[in-house]
Design a protein around this ligand. Structure first.
Ligand SMILES: [Zn+2]
Length: 258
């Protein structure tokens, strides 16, 4: 596997920069790969197993009905682990791109951690939910939640002890699919970072963006399942590729001839 070199990066930055020149919009999708560079274990890192359970057996509505304590514990551990990790240079470069482009920028993330927020991102759609929020199954209220969650935790909105992790489980429909995400895929540039394209609907976003006329770019450690669909590819760690890419785009946006 050869990693992208400076010339490749320069060429990709130039193509992106020319699409963004004027009033071009950028939509960026992130997946587990960028969090893994901060030390967040992916389901695959967990060997697909947590304790002796398959992850799919814990991250599902059926599991929550059958054994809520088990499911609460799984997410309590993952939520607590966020205290020991920090955003990396890739997250920071994405926040930098948002500063550069303002409302021409949208970030969609499949990640449930809060590393993008901690790096400074504000325009982001958490399509798979957020570890540091709880959702009420009685009133549908969503509230910030930093502590452990269990069957006695009380909803701040309605007062009932009917809170669950604000996580999209296997078999559930991802968030923001009705309007915000489809709208954001009608874009000029679509960049996918740290995702293999195996999980749908996110795996289909590249085709949707392409159908809308977007230039599509894959940034991933290695070619993903949908790699052949992308116009341009940069392979290597997001934390190494995104900072120089964002810096070049910032330079070209300041150059009136660019
Ligand atoms: Zn409630």
């Amino acid at each position: 596997m050869t990693r992208c070199d400076d010339r490749q990066l320069e060429a990709v930055a130039a193509r992106i920069g020319s699409r963004l020149a004027g009033s071009g919009r950028l939509t960026l999708l992130t997946g587990a790969g960028i969090s893994a560079e901060s030390g967040v274990p992916t389901f695959r890192d967990m060997g697909g197993l947590w304790e002796r359970y398959r992850v799919e057996e814990v991250a599902s509505p059926q599991a929550f009905r059958r054994d809520p304590q088990l499911v609460y514990r799984f997410y309590n551990l993952r939520r607590a682990a966020l205290a020991d990790i920090a955003p990396n240079a890739g997250h920071q470069a994405i926040a930098h791109l948002e500063q550069l482009l303002g409302d021409r920028f949208t970030l969609i993330t499949q990640n449930v951690d809060d590393l993008h927020e901690r790096a400074g991102s504000e325009r982001l759609l958490h399509m798979h939910g957020e570890l540091r929020k709880a959702r009420c199954t009685s009133c549908d209220g969503v509230a910030p939640w930093l502590a452990d969650l269990d069957g006695d935790s009380v909803c701040p909105a309605c007062g009932k002890a009917t809170l669950r992790p604000h996580i999209v489980w296997f078999g559930e429909v991802p968030l923001h699919m009705a309007a915000e995400i489809p709208r954001s895929l009608e874009t000029d540039v679509f960049i996918s970072v740290g995702t293999s394209g195996q999980v749908y609907p996110a795996g289909g976003f590249v085709a949707e963006a392409q159908a809308a006329g977007a230039l599509t770019v894959e940034i991933n450690l290695e070619p993903g399942e949908t790699s052949s669909l992308f116009d341009l590819k940069l392979h290597g760690p997001a934390g190494e590729i995104l900072p120089p890419l964002a810096a070049r785009l910032a330079d070209s946006s300041e150059d009136p001839t660019g």
